[in-house]
Structures are given as C-alpha cells and as structure tokens.
Write a protein that binds this ligand. Structure first.
Ligand SMILES: Cc1cc2nc3c(=O)[nH]c(=O)nc-3n(C[C@H](O)[C@H](O)[C@H](O)COP(=O)(O)O)c2cc1C
Length: 164
C-alpha cells in the first residue's frame, strides 16, 4: 500500500461524529457533512472545523463568516445520509431545520447545535482550517443526546450503556 492508501485505511478506523456544517447566503442554505470537527477552547467557546476547498459550500462559508454545527442524533441516520448524498438546498429538504444566530441552518433534533462566527482561517493543504467561535448553543432533548457516528465508511451508533 502507498502512504496515502495506508493513511486512508487508518482513518477509516477512527470513529467520529458525522456533523452538519452549514451556512446561508441571502437565505439560501449551503453545507456539507464533516467528521473533522472538534472542540478548541472553552474560553472562548470555540471549535475547529476543516473544510475541503473543493466543497461547494467552502467559499460561501469563508464569505459569510458564519457556520452552523449540528450533531445528528443516533436515530437520524436517514436524515444524515440524505444530507450527505444530496447537493445544494436539497440537503435541507429532510429532517427539519431552523435558523440559528446569523441565519445559519441548524438541525432541529440535534443533540447539540452551535451557531458560530469564523474567527480565523488557516491553510490546511487541501482544506481550510476554521476557528469558529460559538455565539449560540442549542441543547437537544435528553432522549436525543446520543450522536450518530461514522466508522469504516458507514454510519454507526454508540454501544448501549453498560448496566452496572
Ligand atoms: C462521513 C463523511 C465525513 C466527511 N468529512 C469531511 C470533512 O471533515 N471535511 C470536508 O471538507 N469534507 C468532508 N467530507 C466530504 C464532504 O461532505 C463532501 O465532499 C462535500 O459535501 C462535497 O459536497 P459538494 O457536493 O457540496 O461539494 C465528508 C464526507 C462524509 C461522507
């Protein structure tokens, strides 16, 4: 295997939440599904997100300087699949979305959803690394606290909690 093949193979073993990154251009929603999302700092509350320069939403995100970050709940696999497989506004035609601060679309049943302002951008080879400051937080119902994961190129869920 080449180094790139080895890397791809390795990364398939890294389970991560599949997250909707969204923005809005004059009321037109745009976005992509992403796993390269993690917390950065608590003071201020901020996130790191890596967006491929080739993604159709990339330039919109950089221009608008606002993003929504929505975690999919574990029972929303079909909604997440639809979001991942469709393009443009059609991404938002399933599952229920509403506007957050700055007009960004947020998934209604998300375990958490953030509306963020892009504070900084860095070159990340094929990707742009975004530092996103959280300006508004929505916490979902307790019933939907558990998030959908991506592992070995498929959606999966956390194992049930162990009963003591
Ligand atoms: C599970 C999953 C995770 C992904 N993670 C990322 C990511 O972290 N960053 C990214 O730029 N693209 C990621 N992608 C790819 C983008 O979602 C995809 O290239 C993008 O949506 C292209 O859409 P477009 O047709 O709007 O350009 C991921 C795709 C999948 C299926």
């Amino acid at each position: 295997m080449t180094n790139i093949e080895l890397f791809r193979n390795a990364m398939q073993r890294l389970a991560a939440p599949a997250v909707a990154i969204t923005t809005s251009v004059n009321g037109r929603p745009a976005g992509l599904i992403a796993t390269s999302v993690c917390s950065l700092s608590t003071e201020p509350p901020s996130m790191l997100v890596c967006v491929n320069r080739t993604a159709t939403a990339h330039d919109d995100i950089l221009t608008q300087k606002v993003i929504g970050i929505s975690l999919f709940p574990e029972d929303a696999e079909e909604d997440a699949r639809h979001f991942a497989m469709t393009r443009g506004e059609d991404r938002f035609s399933r599952g229920g979305w509403s506007e957050g601060a700055g007009g960004v679309p947020l998934f209604d049943r998300a375990p958490f959803a953030f509306a963020c302002r892009i504070a900084r951008c860095f070159d990340g080879y094929s990707h742009t690394i975004l530092v996103a400051d959280v300006v508004d937080t929505r916490l979902g119902e307790e019933a939907s606290e558990r998030c959908l994961l991506w592992h070995k190129q498929t959606f999966t869920t956390l194992a049930p909690p162990k009963v003591a």
